[in-house]
Design a protein around this ligand. Structure first.
Ligand code: ADP
Ligand code: MG
Length: 470
C-alpha cells in the first residue's frame, strides 16, 4: 500500500465530471455519491476506489452510462490503473420523499407526485401512540423494500387518496411497524389529521372494555371518526369473532368516508385462515406490499445509517462482519449494533473487528440452521435441565417441566424454520396458540430476569456443538 491520495483524486475527478456532464446529469447521478475507501498496490500499480451509491438503481446507471467518463477522468488524474467500485450506502426514505429527482421518475416504482403538504403553523405535541424514531428519515430503502416504502411515501402525501386501504406484510423484524408508523408520523407532522395507531390486541382490549362499561358508542365514535387508522399485526384477530365483526364495520365506515386505512400482518392476508371470509376478502383487496429480508448490501446500508444517526463510529470491517453473520432480519441486526454502540460509548474508543466478534459471539452462533431438527434442540434443552425429551413432549404441567418446555419452543422458533403449528406438533400435538403463548412467556421473563439471556446463550452453544457432532 502507498499513500497515493485516491480520495483527493476522486474529488478532483468529480469536479471535472461536473463540467463534462453538466449540472443536470451531475446532480441527478453524482451528487449523492460518497467516497468510502481506496486501496492501491504499489507492486502491481493497480488499485481501486470504493464509492458509496445511494441505491442499486443509481449504481447501475453509473456503470452502464457513465463508467467510461469516470474511468478516463480517474486515469487522467492518477496516471494509474485504478478501478471504481460501488457499495450501496442506501438513502433514507425521507430523502426520496422530499426530492423525487429526475432519476426516480424512470424507476419502476416511482414515487407519486407530491401533493401540496399542508404545514401546520404550530408543531403538535408528540403523538402518544407512535415512536418518534419510526420515521421515513430513518428507514433505509433497498431493493427488498422499495416498492413498499414508495407506496408508503405516496400515501403519506395523499392520505385516503393514493392507495387505500394499504396492507404491509412480512416476517418478524423486517420493518412493518416502522413503515406503518412512518406514514402516521408524516401525516401527523404535516397536517391536522387525526391519527390512531393501535395494535390488534389493543383494539380488542378496548372493544372488550367498551362492552363491559356499556360504552360501545364511544368506541364506535372514536374509531369511525378518525382520519387515519393504523392497525398493527392483524393476524391476532384470528379466532376473535365478535371483534372481527366490529372491525368489519369500522373498516367499511372509514373506507366510505375516504379515510386512510393501513394494516400490517405477518403473512399474506389470504393465509389468515381463522378470519371471517368477509373480513379476509376486505384485507385481500387492499394494496398489498411485502417486505423481504434485506440482502448483504442493504444490511450494510442499514447498519451505516443507524450508526450515523447515533453518531457512532463503526469501522467498515465491523459493518461487514455483522452484515455477513446476521441475515435473518433487521431487528437482530440493529440489536447487534446496539451492543457495539454501547461498548464504544462505555469504553470511549472505537470497536475493532476482534472485539465485535467477541461481543456478538452468542448472536452469531445462533443463526437459523438448515437441517437443524427440533429433535436435537429438544434433546439438548432436556439435558440441560436434567429431563428427558419425552418430559418436554408430554402432558405434565409441573413448573420444573413447563419452563424448559417453553424455552425449547422459544429456541426452536428462533433457530429453525418450524412454524408455530409445526412446533406444536413436535411438542405432543399442542395447539399453535400454546406455542405462541409459551414464546411470549419467555420473552416476558427475559425482561425481568437478566440471567435468562445467558442461560439461553449457553443452550444455543450446546445445541450448536451437539448438532456439529451428530
Ligand atoms: P416488524 O414490525 O416487521 O416486526 P419493526 O418495524 O419493529 O419490524 O422493525 C424492527 C427494527 O428494525 C426496528 O428497530 C426498525 O427501526 C428497524 N428497521 C426495519 N427495517 C428498517 C429499514 N429499512 N431501515 C432502518 N431500520 C429498519
Ligand atoms: Mg411490528
Amino acid at each position: 500500500m502507498a499513500d497515493l491520495d485516491l480520495e483527493g483524486f476522486w474529488k478532483e475527478a468529480l469536479v471535472q465530471l461536473r463540467t463534462d456532464l453538466g449540472e443536470e446529469a451531475f446532480g441527478g447521478w453524482f451528487s449523492d455519491l460518497k467516497y468510502i475507501r481506496a486501496v492501491f498496490d504499489e507492486a502491481t500499480g493497480k488499485g481501486s476506489i470504493v464509492i458509496g451509491a445511494p441505491s442499486t438503481f443509481i449504481r447501475d446507471k453509473l456503470k452502464t452510462r457513465y463508467q467510461k467518463e469516470i474511468n478516463s477522468r480517474i486515469k487522467e488524474k492518477t496516471g494509474k490503473d485504478i478501478t471504481v467500485e460501488y457499495e450501496i450506502t442506501g438513502k433514507t426514505a425521507k430523502k426520496e420523499a422530499v426530492q423525487p429527482q429526475s432519476p426516480s421518475k424512470n424507476e419502476e416504482h416511482a414515487v407519486a407526485e407530491p401533493a401540496e403538504t399542508h404545514k401546520t403553523k404550530k408543531k403538535r405535541d408528540k403523538h402518544s401512540q407512535m415512536r418518534d424514531d419510526f420515521v421515513f428519515d430513518r428507514f433505509v430503502i433497498g431493493e427488498n423494500n422499495s416498492f413498499a416504502a414508495n407506496a408508503a411515501i405516496a400515501i403519506s402525501k395523499n392520505p385516503g387518496k393514493a392507495y387505500n386501504p394499504f396492507l404491509i406484510f412480512g416476517g418478524v423484524g423486517l420493518g412493518k411497524t416502522h413503515l406503518m408508523q412512518a406514514i402516521g408520523n408524516y401525516i401527523y407532522d404535516n397536517s391536522e389529521n387525526e391519527i390512531i395507531y393501535t395494535t390488534s390486541e389493543n383494539f380488542l382490549n378496548e372493544y372488550v372494555q367498551a362492552i363491559q362499561d356499556g360504552k360501545m358508542n364511544l368506541f364506535k365514535n372514536k374509531f369511525r371518526n378518525t382520519n387515519v387508522l393504523l392497525i398493527d399485526d392483524i393476524q391476532f384477530f384470528q379466532n376473535r369473532d365478535r371483534v372481527q365483526e366490529e372491525l368489519f364495520h369500522t373498516f367499511n365506515a372509514l373506507l366510505d368516508a375516504k379515510k386512510q386505512l393501513v394494516f400490517t400482518c405477518d403473512r399474506p392476508p389470504s393465509e389468515l385462515k381463522k378470519l371471517d371470509e368477509r373480513l379476509r376478502s376486505r384485507f385481500d383487496q387492499c394494496l398489498k406490499v411485502d417486505l423481504q429480508p434485506p440482502r448483504y448490501e442493504e444490511r450494510c446500508a442499514i447498519l451505516r445509517a443507524t450508526a450515523e444517526s447515533r453518531n457512532a463510529q463503526i469501522p467498515n470491517e465491523v459493518i461487514d462482519l455483522v452484515s455477513k453473520n446476521i441475515s435473518s432480519n433487521v431487528r437482530d441486526l440493529i440489536s447487534a449494533l446496539n451492543t457495539l454502540i454501547a461498548y464504544t460509548e462505555l469504553m470511549g474508543k472505537p470497536i475493532t473487528q476482534e472485539i465485535a466478534q467477541q461481543r456478538l459471539k452468542s448472536i452469531f452462533y445462533a443463526p437459523r440452521q438448515e437441517n437443524l431438527s427440533m429433535d436435537k434442540i429438544t434433546r439438548v434443552v432436556a439435558d440441560y435441565f436434567s429431563l428427558t425429551p419425552n418430559d418436554l413432549k408430554g402432558k405434565k404441567k409441573t413448573q420444573n417441566i413447563v419452563f424448559p418446555r417453553q424455552l425449547a419452543m422459544y429456541i426452536g422458533r428462533e433457530m429453525t424454520d418450524y412454524s408455530t403449528t409445526e412446533l406444536g406438533q413436535e411438542f405432543g400435538g399442542r395447539d399453535h396458540t400454546t406455542v405462541i403463548h409459551s414464546i411470549e412467556k419467555i420473552k416476558e421473563k427475559m425482561l425481568t430476569d437478566p440471567t435468562l439471556e445467558s442461560t439461553i446463550d449457553i443452550i444455543r452453544q450446546n445445541i450448536k456443538e451437539f448438532s456439529a457432532k451428530y
